[in-house]
Design a protein around this ligand. Structure first.
Ligand SMILES: Cc1ncc(COP(=O)(O)O)c(C=O)c1O
Length: 399
C-alpha cells in the first residue's frame, strides 16, 4: 500500500516521543522527574468544572454551530477586546478544538502551496508541520540568546521574499519564554507596513503567563492597518489550566474568520459542546486567581535558575513568560558519558539525562535549536529541588 506524499513530509512530534519514553520508565516503577510537560499542573477551576458537568446534565451534548456557540463567541470577543485593546465582534471569532486547530485553520485559509511562512526560531514544534500541511514552505529565522531570542526587524526584513504570505509571531514564546515589548512590536510592524500583502498570525496562547509585572502586548494593537491583517490565536488551555478541554480560538478579519470556519466545518464540525459551556464559565470568572498561579510559576522559575548555577556547562535563558527554561548546553556536546560514548547532539543529552538522572526534558532540536534543552517548570517546587541536583550530578560525570 502507498501513503500520501504529505504524510511522509510530516515529522513525528519529538516532544511526544520523549514523553512516551519517560512514561514507559515510570510504568516500570522508576522515579522519573518530568520537566517535559507542556501544560499547567494546576487543576481546572472548580466553577469551570461545574459548568461542564451542568452542561452534560442539561443535555448540552449535541453539535453546536460550527464556528462556536453564539454565546461563547460573544464572550470570547469581549475577552479579546480587553486582552488585546482592539475591538472584536463575535463574527470575528472562530472557536476551535484547541488553539492548535485555530492556528491550522488560519494557515489553511490564507496560505497556498509554494508560499513561504516566516517565523522566529526557536519555535513551537507544530508550526513547520502545519505550514507543510498547507503545502507551503516553513522559513525559520534564527534568533539568539544575545537578542533575547527575539526576531530583529532587520532579520525579518531580510527573510521576506515575493513568496512570503505570512509572518508567525509567538509571544510569550514556547520554548524560550521570550516576550516582545511594545517597542519591539512597533519596530516589527514598521517593517511589515512595507509589505501590505503579508498576513500576520500572532500566537498569544501564553498571554496570561507573564512575570515580574510585565504586560502582554499584541502586535494587532499597534495600528488599524496591522490589526486588519492580523489573526490572533489564544484560548483557555494555558491560562485557565484547561488543556484537555480543547478550546482555543482565532480572532481576526471577518472574511478570514468565515473562511477558516468553512475549513473547520468540513474537518472537526465544531468544538465540544460541553467544553464550550465550560469555557464560557471560565471567561466570565473573576480571574484574580491567575495572579497566584503566575506568582507560583515565577517562584519556581527563580528556584530552578538558582539551582542550575551548580550545574556545569549549562546556561539558562531567563524567561519573561510561559513556563519553560530554555538552556544552552552546547558545552556538553562532544563530551564522553561515564559508561562510554559521546554526546553528539542535544537529543543525546536529553536521553542521557533520562537514563543517568531519571530526568525527562525536551531536546532543543525539536524547536529548531540544536545545542539547547527545554525544562518545564509547570511542576512542583519539590520536583525542582530534587531534580536539579540530579542534573548537576549527571553533568558532573561528563568528561
Ligand atoms: C505556542 C503554542 N501555541 C499553541 C499551543 C496549542 O494550544 P492548545 O492546547 O489550546 O491547542 C501550544 C501548546 O502547547 C503552544 O505551546
Amino acid at each position: 500500500m502507498k501513503y500520501s506524499t504529505l504524510s511522509s513530509k510530516l515529522s513525528d512530534s519529538p516532544t511526544l516521543a520523549m514523553a512516551a519514553k519517560a512514561k514507559k520508565l515510570v510504568s516500570e516503577g522508576l522515579d522519573i522527574i518530568s520537566f517535559s510537560a507542556g501544560e499547567p499542573d494546576f487543576h481546572t477551576p472548580a466553577q469551570v468544572k461545574a459548568a461542564g458537568i451542568a452542561a452534560i446534565k442539561k443535555n448540552i451534548t449535541g453539535y453546536t454551530a460550527s464556528s462556536g456557540t453564539p454565546e461563547l463567541r460573544k464572550h470570547v470577543a469581549r475577552w479579546m477586546t480587553r486582552e488585546v485593546g482592539v475591538e472584536y465582534a463575535p463574527n470575528q471569532i472562530l472557536v476551535s478544538s484547541g488553539a492548535k486547530f485555530a492556528i491550522a485553520a488560519a494557515i489553511l485559509a490564507t496560505v497556498d502551496p509554494g508560499d513561504e511562512v516566516i517565523f522566529p526560531a526557536p519555535y513551537w514544534v507544530s508550526y513547520p508541520d502545519m505550514i507543510k500541511l498547507a503545502g507551503a514552505e516553513p522559513i525559520p529565522v534564527e534568533t539568539d540568546l544575545a537578542h533575547g531570542f527575539k526576531m530583529t526587524p532587520s532579520a525579518l526584513e531580510a527573510s521576506i521574499t515575493p513568496k512570503t504570505k505570512m509572518v508567525l509571531l509567538n509571544s510569550p514564546n514556547n520554548p524560550t519564554g521570550a516576550v516582545y515589548s511594545h517597542t519591539e512590536l512597533i519596530a516589527l510592524a514598521e517593517v511589515l507596513a512595507r509589505f501590505p500583502e503579508v498576513w500576520i498570525l500572532s500566537d498569544e496562547i501564553y498571554s496570561r503567563l507573564i512575570f515580574d509585572g510585565k504586560k502582554h502586548r499584541s502586535i494587532a494593537a499597534i495600528s488599524s492597518n496591522i490589526a486588519e491583517r492580523t489573526i490572533i490565536v489564544n484560548g483557555v488551555s494555558k491560562a485557565f489550566s484547561m488543556t484537555g478541554w480543547r478550546i482555543g480560538w482565532a480572532a481576526g478579519p471577518k472574511e478570514l474568520i468565515a473562511r477558516a470556519g468553512k475549513i473547520q466545518s468540513h474537518t472537526t464540525s465544531c468544538p465540544s459542546s460541553i467544553s464550550q459551556s465550560a469555557a464560557e464559565a471560565a471567561l466570565q470568572m473573576d480571574d484574580s486567581f491567575m495572579a497566584d498561579w503566575v506568582e507560583q510559576y515565577s517562584r519556581r522559575r527563580d528556584i530552578f535558575i538558582d539551582l542550575l548555577k551548580a550545574v556545569p556547562g549549562i546556561k539558562p535563558f531567563v524567561p519573561d513568560g510561559a513556563f519553560y527554561l530554555f538552556c544552552d548546553i552546547r558545552q556538553w556536546i562532544g563530551k564522553t558519558k561515564p559508561k562510554g560514548g559521546k554526546l553528539s547532539s542535544c537529543f543525546d543529552a536529553a536521553e542521557y539525562l533520562l537514563d543517568e538522572a531519571m530526568i525527562a526534558a525536551v531536546p532543543g532540536d525539536a524547536f529548531g535549536a540544536e545545542g539547547y534543552i527545554r525544562f518545564s517548570f509547570a511542576c512542583s517546587e519539590d520536583d525542582i529541588r530534587r531534580g536539579v541536583p540530579r542534573i548537576a550530578e549527571a553533568a558532573g560525570k561528563l568528561k
